[in-house]
Design a protein around this ligand. Structure first.
Ligand SMILES: NC(=O)c1ccc[n+]([C@@H]2O[C@H](COP(=O)([O-])OP(=O)(O)OC[C@H]3O[C@@H](n4cnc5c(N)ncnc54)[C@H](O)[C@@H]3O)[C@@H](O)[C@H]2O)c1
Length: 301
């Protein structure tokens, strides 16, 4: 038990399992009052249930904490409005928003269906927008707020993950802009790329055996606290025993100048000798520090 978030009100989306559950439990132990939002859906977005949110609320209350459930979908504007309203109705304010709810569907670009694409973009990107949009005007009035949104290493490029990557990198750019919009009002907005156990099963990662959700929660709790007031618009990667911060997007590496217009033939001649010198197509840098094994069979919780 601690008091890093004493008297603060936190809304955590997708808090019925995995990372969101660890944030909810951890924040409650630091004195925050929690809205536990969860649609109670399978990891690929099938079905709904109230059990996930209810169970986490019960766990928090058993430990002496304060929490209320919400079962709305972040992917629907009215749902997101109701999620934030739950905090106002129960506690009169919202200090912390963690955009965490997520699903995984998709496939190779020549196979993915539009419905899967829509579900991913709606849940991750629209969900993050709807909740942030709704919370931002309240935080602006309060002159205080902490928003933490969830990206992924896989946003940087994942075979078979174009929808997930689009959504997660969309969240990164979106959140960096929100950080700038909200900075004058005492509100910060930061981004994490976490790695941790997934729906109770340990993620299989070559170099790591066990990655606990609590080891991501410790950073999220810090970013949600007053102590992290100086951190805004930053991107972190975090997993057990590891926390890193991303560079600001670097400037363009190398530029060719010409006093006039290039032709395509000139480009074909000059670029391999300069900008892409020594590079073959298979030399693409793999920015991921590990390889992830995604679950193959859809399964419920
Ligand atoms: N676990 C990892 O290693 C990892 C890595 C990178 C990014 N992430 C991201 O972290 C977040 C949490 O991941 P997790 O591993 O804890 O997943 P999880 O599947 O265990 O939990 C996600 C929760 O979100 C809920 N949810 C799904 N759609 C929802 C909706 N529309 N509205 C409200 N709730 C909804 C689900 O019911 C579930 O309880 C996701 O955004 C995920 O993409 C996770």
């Amino acid at each position: 038990m601690g008091d890093m978030l004493k008297n603060r009100v936190a809304v955590i989306t997708g808090a019925g399992s995995g990372l969101g559950k660890a944030y909810a439990m951890g924040m409650a132990r630091q004195g925050a009052r929690i809205v536990v939002n969860d649609l109670g859906t399978s990891f690929d977005g099938r079905g709904t249930s109230r059990d996930a949110a209810d169970e986490v609320v019960e766990l928090i209350r058993k430990e002496g904490g304060d929490a209320v459930p919400n079962y709305d979908s972040v992917a629907v504007e009215d749902g997101a409005k109701n999620i934030i309203k739950t905090a106002i109705d129960a506690y009169g304010r919202i200090d912390i928003l963690v955009n965490n709810a997520g699903i995984i569907t998709g496939g190779l670009i020549y196979e993915i269906g539009t419905a899967d694409w829509d579900a991913m973009i709606k849940t991750h990107l629209y969900g993050t927008f709807f909740c942030t949009h709704e919370a931002s005007s309240i935080m602006k009035e309060q002159k205080y707020g902490r928003i933490i949104s969830t990206s992924s290493h896989n946003g940087l490029g994942l075979k078979g993950g174009s929808a997930y990557s689009a959504a997660k990198e969309g969240i990164t750019g979106f959140s960096r802009s929100v950080a700038r919009d909200m900075a004058p009002f005492g509100v910060t907005c930061n981004i994490i790329r976490p790695i941790a156990a997934w729906r109770g099963a340990k993620v299989k990662i070559t170099e790591f055996e066990e990655l606990d959700t609590e080891d991501v929660a410790v950073l999220v709790i810090y970013l949600a606290s007053e102590a992290a007031d100086h951190i805004n618009g930053c991107i972190f990667e975090v997993y057990t025993g590891h926390v890193g911060i991303y560079e600001e997007p670097p400037p363009v590496k190398q530029v060719l100048w010409k006093n006039g217009h290039f032709t395509s033939e000139e480009m074909a001649d000059i670029i391999p000798q300069t900008l892409t010198k020594g590079m073959a197509r298979d030399d693409f840098p793999n920015t991921l520090p590990f390889s992830l094994t995604l679950p193959e069979e859809p399964s419920g919780k």
